[in-house]
Design a protein around this ligand. Structure first.
Ligand SMILES: Cc1cc2nc3c(=O)[nH]c(=O)nc-3n(C[C@H](O)[C@H](O)[C@H](O)COP(=O)(O)O)c2cc1C
Length: 418
């Protein structure tokens, strides 16, 4: 293999039962690669047991494990390592596309940039940083199950997102552990009751005090009215701007139908589009149709339906705000947001990020109209001064989503630096 080339690793598959014990192990031989996909238990409505399939690289398994690759990881079994890596993949990402690959080097896991990340524009990278924070947080929480601590060094070089040193830690499993395979995005309408004051402070406690991330509740009537205006303005922009429209519709997987999931992109069933609206929504994929509708300012209606109405009916609206330069703020916001999300789902709460409202105020989003960006910037500066608004979300109670987004198999994320 030439220097600098990556080798994709062949896999064995281990299925873990609910308590994360190995239930059965089968070899990769003669299997359909598609069946490696990380799966969720069926039916989805039964939320008690979500059973991820953890994939083990056979390449590492025997000879390599004992030799050069992972000699310093003697305190971690293969099963543990792979459940940590899989927990990372189960983290959320914008449009359900993770932009990293894993390499294992001595006592470290490297998260490397994927080709898609290297090709990406500033806005996709910014969304990626939030997601990388969530990935690392999931790995950190999963590692706690095995008394393993994580030391993370961010961006040590151009092609490495972070280096995660896995070392012996205290035996104190994180309470959020069981929520990792359960966490999901819910785009249904939410209802109450609202969280009590102690519940809200428990949610806030999920954010480590040192990370510079805070939650700003947008629930008092005057604040809520202003926040809803910003949410509507930003989401309407997705349908008004050609570039944002292209981005939105390229992430929606109409090809899988309304009842099935997919490994990458957002399965259209997860968008929870009502039956009568589906034919029009499908037609709106074509920019010419969208542009024609926009002569009648249809983008305003779609912004209202896609985000304003669900947000208006939701018992809680909140903003994640972070400190530091934009990359640090995004990563820390991703870590903190993931902790809140895990906590919320574990408590039976539904959550949907509404990323446009905060992020379209940023210059990285070049397709946002100048006036809209300025209105958002001013609006958030008044509502949540100090720090960078990173993520708006709604929170409440709802039925389970019709469809959940899947993930590619772990094998697709593994590469071995030669
Ligand atoms: C940075 C970021 C931005 C996101 N923005 C939105 C959004 O604006 N609207 C939405 O419905 N979901 C949003 N999501 C949720 C993703 O679409 C979701 O995490 C992904 O499709 C995987 O699905 P899952 O969360 O159910 O595992 C966002 C997630 C991340 C990490």
């Amino acid at each position: 293999m030439r220097p600098g080339m990556m080798r994709v690793v062949p896999l064995q598959v281990i299925t873990l039962d609910e308590s994360h014990q190995v239930a059965h192990c089968n070899s990769n031989k003669g299997r359909d690669p598609a069946s490696d996909a990380i799966k969720f238990s069926e039916p989805l409505a039964n939320r008690t047991c979500v059973q991820p399939i953890f994939a083990f690289p056979r390449y590492y398994s025997l000879r390599m494990l004992r030799t050069r690759t992972m000699t310093s990881l003697s305190h971690i079994s293969q099963q543990q390592l792979h459940s940590i890596l899989t927990a990372g993949i189960l983290a959320p990402s914008a449009d359900n596309r993770h932009l990293f690959r894993y390499s294992i080097l001595e006592d470290r896991v490297l998260m490397r940039t994927s080709d898609a990340y290297l090709r990406a524009n500033a806005q996709t990278r910014l969304l990626g940083w939030i997601s990388f924070g969530a990935v690392v947080e999931n790995m950190h929480v999963q590692a706690s199950a095995y008394a393993i601590a994580t030391d993370v060094t961010w961006f040590p070089s151009k092609e490495v997102i972070c280096e995660i040193r896995l070392r012996k830690g205290e035996r104190q499993p994180d309470a959020l552990l069981r929520a990792i395979p359960e966490r999901h995005t819910n785009r249904r309408f939410f209802s109450g009751p609202r969280l009590s004051v102690p519940e809200r402070s428990e949610l806030e406690k999920q954010l480590p005090s040192s990370c510079g991330v805070s939650v700003v509740w947008l629930d008092s009537p005057p604040v809520r009215a202003k926040a809803l205006r910003l949410i509507k303005l930003a989401e309407a922009e997705r349908f008004r701007s050609r570039g944002l429209h292209a981005e939105l519709f390229s992430s929606l997987r109409f090809d899988v139908g309304h009842n099935s999931s997919c490994e990458e992109g957002i399965p259209i069933g997860a968008a929870e589009v009502e039956l009568p609206a589906r034919p029009l929504f499908r037609l709106m994929r074509d920019w010419r149709t969208m542009r024609a509708l926009n002569i009648l300012r249809a983008y305003r209606f779609f912004g209202w339906r896609a985000a304003y109405l669900p947000a208006r009916l939701s018992p809680h609206l909140a903003l994640i705000r972070a400190q530091g330069d934009i990359r640090t703020a995004a990563i820390q916001a991703g870590r903190g947001f993931e902790r809140l999300w895990l906590w919320a789902n574990d408590k039976g709460l539904a959550l949907q990020p509404l990323a446009a409202a905060a992020l379209y105020a940023r210059p990285e989003f070049e397709d946002v109209g100048v006036q809209v960006r300025e209105e958002l910037r001013r609006g958030w500066a008044a509502l949540a001064p100090g720090g960078t608004p990173m993520m708006v979300f709604r929170l409440g109670y709802a039925g389970l989503p019709s469809v959940r987004a899947g993930r590619p198999p772990l094998s697709r994320f593994l590469s071995l630096a030669e």
